[in-house]
Ligand binder design. Structure first.
Ligand SMILES: [Zn+2]
Ligand SMILES: [Zn+2]
Ligand SMILES: [Zn+2]
Length: 139
């Protein structure tokens, strides 16, 4: 809890109760969609508040957008080794589970980080693996 508050302080993010709870939630989940967040807080917060908090977390490099099985907006925590000094650097792949529909960051799978391909300007790069995660295989 103190760790969460100090992360918010360090990044000059208002420590509202909701933001503290939201960041805490990210530390306990692999990834979260806006719907899952709404569900978790039993709709006691509105979508605008959620989107605004996610935007500010994203801007401060606490979380990044990850692929979602249904193309909904979904985020995971950033890795401190990749995202530094206010700029995201995501060069890892992601895994989407068919059963639980959870998205996992694959930190060990490195994607070639280039923004210039011959004749193309790359704006976004996705490497997505799909299948079944360990806990779904074992259930
Ligand atoms: Zn990041
Ligand atoms: Zn799964
Ligand atoms: Zn990721």
């Amino acid at each position: 809890m103190n760790k969460i508050k100090s992360i918010l302080s360090e990044n000059n993010i208002n420590k509202t109760k909701f933001r503290v709870d939201l960041l805490k939630l990210f530390y306990s989940k692999k990834s979260l969609s806006v719907f899952e967040i709404l569900d978790h807080f039993n709709s006691t917060v509105n979508k605008v508040t959620i989107y605004r908090s996610l935007k500010s977390f994203e801007k401060k490099c606490l979380i990044h957008k990850v692929p979602d099985s249904k193309n909904f907006t979904r985020y995971s925590l950033c890795n401190e080794n990749e995202c530094k000094n206010g700029s995201h650097d995501h060069s890892h792949g992601h895994f989407i589970c068919y059963a639980c529909e959870q998205t996992f960051c694959l930190e060990s799978i490195k994607v070639e980080n280039t923004n210039q391909l011959d004749g193309f300007k790359v704006e976004n790069l996705k490497l997505v693996y799909e299948g079944y995660c360990n806990s779904c295989i074992n259930n």
